[in-house]
Design a protein around this ligand. Structure first.
Ligand code: PGA
Length: 264
């Protein structure tokens, strides 16, 4: 069977979560940049805490290293104490933004409707959304993985106006909640099945543009398993938490993806 050609560049995204002061973040990036200076043919995004964004805008943002944020509010401005808007992120030099990470859904009661609003705002203000979706352990046990992916994905895409749907530079991260931070990743073949299901849902809503959307796997990704995920036809990279905290470990992941990027 002929494998369809795609222009999707592999993408590796670091999610630092609530780690690193601005000074620590800068130290990481300075060492990391040197370490990956020879890497080609992929994108690397570092999703840093808000307080480190300005400091990283200059060293990131050129070439294949890009700056990302971990969350945003859907309004442009207003009485939302403690929140940060898309224009604020844009001005800080941010290009990508995580939306609907399971920790936001779990600890901050983020709903599908909120992710839809955030997706609309991100696309309106020219940020590339990385929409995180995935089932928890109970949902998996109950055989509801596909139903959850469907609800979270189609519910969030609802927020995009027709013309934006293909142009948002959308990235989807499939992150089974039970695999996040547990040291127990999904099996490569199961992640691949979920990714191809996600692509089939995207095809229903976006048509041909679905072939351009990058799908990442996330959940206990490390140097020992990364290529088991990124070697799969519908998986275009990974969203990495714990293994992105140390610059030398994250650099190892980047190099592994860049040297194995030939798709099977
Ligand atoms: P983990 O986190 O790599 O530590 O499992 C992934 C994530 O939460 O995005």
């Amino acid at each position: 069977m002929k494998v369809m050609e795609t222009s999707r560049r592999p993408l590796l995204a670091a999610n630092w979560k609530m780690h690193k002061t601005a000074a620590e973040a800068e130290g990481f990036i300075n060492r990391f940049r040197q370490n990956v200076a020879d890497v080609k043919g992929m994108d690397v995004v570092v999703c840093a805490p808000f307080t480190a964004l300005h400091r990283l805008a200059a060293p990131l943002g050129e070439g294949f290293l890009q700056l990302g944020a971990q969350n945003m509010h859907w309004e442009k401005e207003g009485p939302f104490t403690g929140e940060i808007s898309a224009p604020m992120l844009k001005e800080a030099g941010v290009r990508y933004v995580l939306i609907g990470h399971s920790e936001r859904r779990m600890h901050f009661a983020e709903t599908v409707e909120m992710t839809a609003r955030k997706l609309t705002a991100a696309s309106h203000f020219g940020l590339q959304p990385v929409l995180c979706i995935g089932e928890n352990d109970k949902q998996r046990q109950d055989g509801r993985t596909e139903a959850v992916l469907r609800e979270q994905l189609l519910g969030a895409l609802d927020g995009l106006a027709g013309k934006d749907k293909g142009e948002a530079g959308l990235v989807i991260a499939y992150e089974p909640v039970w695999a996040i931070g547990t040291g127990t990743p999904a099996r490569g073949e199961d992640a691949a099945i979920a990714a191809s299901y996600i692509r089939s849902l995207l095809r229903q809503t976006l048509g041909e543009a679905a072939a351009e959307v990058r799908i990442l796997y996330g959940g206990s990704v490390g140097p020992e398993n990364i290529t088991d995920f990124t070697g799969r036809p519908d998986i275009d990279g990974a969203l990495v938490g714990g293994s992105s905290i140390k610059d030398e470990v994250f650099a190892e992941l980047v190099k592994a993806v860049s040297s194995s990027r030939g798709r099977g």
